[in-house]
Design a protein around this ligand. Structure first.
Ligand SMILES: *[C@@H]1O[C@H](CO)[C@@H](O)[C@H](O)[C@H]1NC(C)=O
Length: 391
């Protein structure tokens, strides 16, 4: 080879390397919106254009256990109708399960035959609906679900081993052209099946995890916290990374709704963050005692808390320590916790800090009619795309 040839080769090698680096750093962040039957509204195309994936929620986990072939897949809207409302190229996925819907998963996971049948039906559903993938929302394999007082976790311990087998069956059935995502818990106490032992195997079958970094204060808690706070979210993502998940396979969760909780009076008067709540869950039955609730931005505010909610909007503060927007109402002893456009911008910093693959929100229509949170999230995703392109 002559000098010129060698120079050309060296140049070519540098060029290839540079291109590889560029493509690695310009990987588009995922911007995923859950889309659900309670608020099936889509904002105009300007707002939804940076959305990369839409996950329609939910199909019932039990329908995938049936033996007879059927092309009836009940959902609040068809995949085709949904696809037509988003920018061409947006991935439309279908979520199966959701809070409280564990029976169908459990039944399927129990046997080899059950897992194969369930996976085969998922493949049929994707084929019949034209969806681009499936989101598995089993809350949660191994226990701590809605029924954890009726069916103790010991009785579900076997699900932890069966779960990676189920997702492997789904991958085998649907192939590599379709997507599989999994909605996973934000709180360490619920990560029963998502350990350093299981996660590497699970990730062999799954494209990405949606880490539910919200509802991190729920009726099982006894002190006030930020339900979607930045510090707790960081801890949550780090737990998945520590357990072997590539940061690029993780999406950070945002909540497009507010939550309120009834608290004690005097302890909270002294210091509202970390003070005692009233008992929110029946310790015997696990039933919700009606002392906490949630509503979307688009929802009508329940009459008895309208005054308190306006105060929360007017006088709430951002806690720089925990990274969350809050308000404690001393008149009604109510703790409010939600994400604001400004707090979303701050929490989004975790994407770059940890090298995450993207973000998602529960759920698109909940942010209407103004979509101010969606706008911030879209701008943050778009902005970081621009920055990466400059490298
Ligand atoms: C799912 O379907 C099963 C079986 O038909 C039913 O018992 C259950 O209530 C359904 N769950 C939900 C969340 O709709």
């Amino acid at each position: 080879m002559n000098i010129l040839g060698r120079q050309a080769l060296v140049l070519w090698a540098f060029w290839t390397l540079a291109m590889l680096l560029v493509s690695a750093t310009t990987a588009q962040l995922r911007n995923i919106m859950y889309f659900c039957g309670q608020h099936p509204t889509v904002p105009d195309s300007l707002l939804n254009s940076p959305v990369t994936h839409v996950i329609m929620a939910f199909m019932n986990s039990s329908i995938f256990n049936r033996e007879d072939p059927s092309s009836d897949w009940p959902l609040f809207m068809t995949v085709k109708e949904t696809r037509a409302q988003f920018v061409p190229g947006t991935k439309i996925m279908v979520a199966i399960g959701g809070w409280g819907d564990t029976a169908g998963f459990s039944f399927a996971a129990a046997t080899d035959e059950g897992r194969r049948r369930w996976a085969r039906n998922v493949a049929a559903m994707l084929r019949d609906t034209g969806a681009d993938g499936v989101d598995i929302d089993w809350e949660y394999p191994g226990g701590n679900g809605e029924d954890y007082k009726q069916v103790p976790n010991e009785h579900k311990a076997w699900e932890i081993g069966a779960y990676p087998l189920l997702v492997a069956e789904i991958r085998m059935a649907i192939g590599h052209d379709k997507l599989i995502s999994v909605a996973v818990p934000g709180l360490p106490r619920d990560m029963l099946p998502f350990t350093a032992e299981t996660l590497p195997t699970i990730m062999e079958s799954v494209d990405f995890l949606n880490v539910m970094t919200y509802e991190m204060m729920n009726r099982r808690d006894t002190i006030t916290k930020h339900h979607a706070g930045k510090v707790a979210s960081r801890e949550s993502l780090n737990n998945y990374i520590k357990n072997g998940v590539r940061p690029g396979d993780l999406n950070l969760g945002f909540a497009f709704y507010t939550k309120f909780y009834r608290t004690e009076h005097y302890t909270c008067l002294q210091s509202p963050i970390g003070c005692s709540t009233l008992l929110m869950e029946d310790p015997k039955t696990g039933v919700d005692m009606g002392r906490t609730g949630a509503f979307a931005w688009v929802d009508e505010v329940p009459a008895e808390i309208q005054v308190s909610f306006s105060k929360a909007l007017r006088e709430g503060q951002y806690d720089e320590v925990g990274g969350g927007y809050y308000y404690w109402d001393a008149d009604q002893d109510l703790w409010w916790s939600h994400e604001t456009p400004a707090s979303i911008e701050d929490k989004f910093g975790l994407v770059r800090e940890l090298g995450l693959g993207g973000v998602f929100a529960w759920e698109l229509g909940a942010d209407g009619p103004e979509y101010s949170r969606l706008a911030v999230l879209n701008a943050a995703v778009g902005g970081s795309r621009g920055k990466k392109d400059e490298l």
